[in-house]
Design a protein around this ligand. Sequence first.
Ligand code: 2HA
Ligand code: ZN
Length: 300
Amino acid sequence: MDSLRVEQSWFVADMIRVTTDMWQKGWDERNGGNVSLRLTKDDVAPYLKTWNKTRILKLTEPVEGLDGECFLVTGTGAYFRNVEREPEQNLGIIRVLPRGEAVEILWGFGKDGGPTSELPAHLKSHSASQARAGAPKRVVMHCHATNLVSLSYVLELTSANITRALWEGSTECLVVFPDGIGTLEWMVPGTDSIGDATAALLAHHPLALWPFHGVFAAGTTLNEAFGLIDTVEKSSELLVKIISMGGPHQTISTQNLIDLARHFGVTPMPSALAQNGWRVAPHPTEKPRKEAALFGAGVR
Ligand code: 2HA
Ligand code: ZN
C-alpha cells in the first residue's frame, strides 16, 4: 500500500499555491515573508503515525492558548520562489507543546531547518486574532507588499490615517476591511516585542502595517488572508499613483463611506471614519507647519 504523503494534502497544496502567488506578486523577494495555517485534528490525524522523527524547538517566550495546536508554517530562510519545487525543504508542520514553551517539528523544514524567524509574531497573532468576531482566524500571513510599504514612507503613520487613505484609494476597501489596518512604529523584526505589538493590533484589525517593512494579515483561510493583502496592495498602488500625480483632485467622501457601510452592513472603524480625509507626513526639509498637508480633506 502506498503510504500517505502530506505533500498530497489539501493544506500543503493550498500553501504551495498561495506562496507561489505571493512570489509572483513581487511581495516576497529572497526569503521575505512567512505564512502559517492552523491545522485541525482531522487535518493532521491521517499523517500523525507517519511522523516519527520529530525534533523539539524551544520558544523564546511561552505562547498562550495554543497548547496542542498544529500549524503548517513556512521555513526560516525559505524562498517562496522555491516552495512549489521543494515543499518539504521550505515548509514544515509544528505542534505547540504543553505550557506553550516549545514546539515539536512533526514534518518538513529539511534536515535541520526550522519555522520562520517571525514565529513569535505568528503564534501570538493566532492567539490574539481570535478575539475578533466571525469565523476562527486560521491564517497569519506576512509579506513585503511593495506599494503599501512605499506609502509608509509618505503617509502620516497612524492607524486611522492609513486606514482612511486606503478606504479612499478604492471603493471596495471599506467593505473588505471595515475594521481597518493597525499601524506599529518601526521595530526590529523577529523579536517577541514586535510579536506582542502585532498581536495586539490583530486583536482589533484584520491587518497590521510594519512601516518600512511589510504587512501582517489574520484571516479565516489562506484565500481570505491573501485577498485582504491583495486588496490593500491594490489600493496602495492607486494611492502611490495618485500622490505621484500631485494628490487627489476629488475623492470618496465621508458621506460616501457611510452610504457604503450602510448598504453592505458593515461598521467602519470609528477613528478612520471620523477623520476628514488623510494626511501625508511633513517632509523633513519642510519648515514646521501648523498642520500636515491634508490630501483627502482638502478636496471636498
Ligand atoms: O522571513 O520577512 O520579516 C523574512 C521576513 C522577516
Ligand atoms: Zn518581513
